[in-house]
Structures are given as C-alpha cells and as structure tokens.
Design a protein around this ligand. Structure first.
Ligand SMILES: [Fe+2]
Ligand SMILES: [Fe+2]
Length: 149
C-alpha cells in the first residue's frame, strides 16, 4: 500500500466510526499532552497498519484498523478528577470495549485488540498477532506524544 492508500484506508474506517458511533466525541478528550484521544487513535491505527505490512500480517487489516481506532474508546477525560476515572490505566480497555460494543458489532479479533492493549500493565497478554501490533504501536505513539511536548 502507498502512504496515500494507507491514509485513505484509515480515513474510510474512521468516517464509519464517526457516522455510526461516538468517535467524534473523542476529539474533546485529551490523551497525552496536546494530543486528543481522537488523534492518538488515528496515529495508532495508521502505524499499526505500517507495522502489519512490514511483518506481512495484513490478512485481517480491516479488523486491525477498527480495533486500533477503538482501543481507547472510553469516552471521558481521564485527567479530570473523578472517582470513576481512578485506575484509568487498568479499567479503560474494558470501558472502551463496553462502549464500542454498544455502538458496533465487533468480532473476536477487534475485542482482543481493545481488551489486551494495556499489556503488561494489565498482565494478560494479547493472544493475536494484530493485538500485539496495536499493543506495541500504542506504547510507541504514547511515548512520542509525551516526549514531544
Ligand atoms: Fe489505552
Ligand atoms: Fe492508546
């Protein structure tokens, strides 16, 4: 895939999530520094696709993109002081999965990507290669978003 094709692929999935779900709401929530959850998720999806192509693991690229775009679909600002936001790092994959399941029909792979992306903080490892990809790319993107402040 060329860079333009990759961008178009991610954008197509993103449009669907905005149209049929609450993805647009994530624009308002800060993830790291001045990166919103929305842009963090797009970045993770794009680079997950790059890594999957590099590893020749593109058989499930649709699920990879949807899982990556929805991995932080928790839909609140975790920086706000609120009892329900405590231990965000541990709880948000479950919240993201719950929200995503309310809005979309998810397959096993997308669920695994969302639920396992916080390994090793949550010590249950991914069981699919695509989940490992998103888990690793999420770490890389998060570090980038924090240090470029
Ligand atoms: Fe996350
Ligand atoms: Fe993330």
């Amino acid at each position: 895939m060329t860079k333009a094709e990759r961008k178009r692929f991610v954008a197509g999935a993103l449009r669907k999530l905005c149209r049929e779900g609450r993805m647009n709401e994530s624009r308002a929530f800060c993830q790291h520094g001045n990166t919103s959850v929305y842009w963090h998720s797009i970045r993770v999806a794009y680079y997950s696709l790059c890594l999957a192509e590099f590893l020749h693991l593109t058989r499930h690229k649709e699920e990879l993109i949807y899982g990556a775009l929805l991995h932080d679909y928790f839909l609140y600002d975790w920086h706000e002081k609120d009892k329900s936001h405590r231990l965000h790092g541990f709880h948000h994959p479950r919240t993201a999965l719950k929200n995503a399941s309310e809005d979309f029909t998810l397959g096993e792979l997308e669920k695994n990507i969302i639920l396992r992306h916080m390994f090793p903080l949550i010590p249950v490892p991914p069981t699919r290669m695509e989940s490992w990809i998103v888990c690793l790319v999420d770490k890389g993107c998060s570090i980038y978003e924090i240090i470029r402040l």
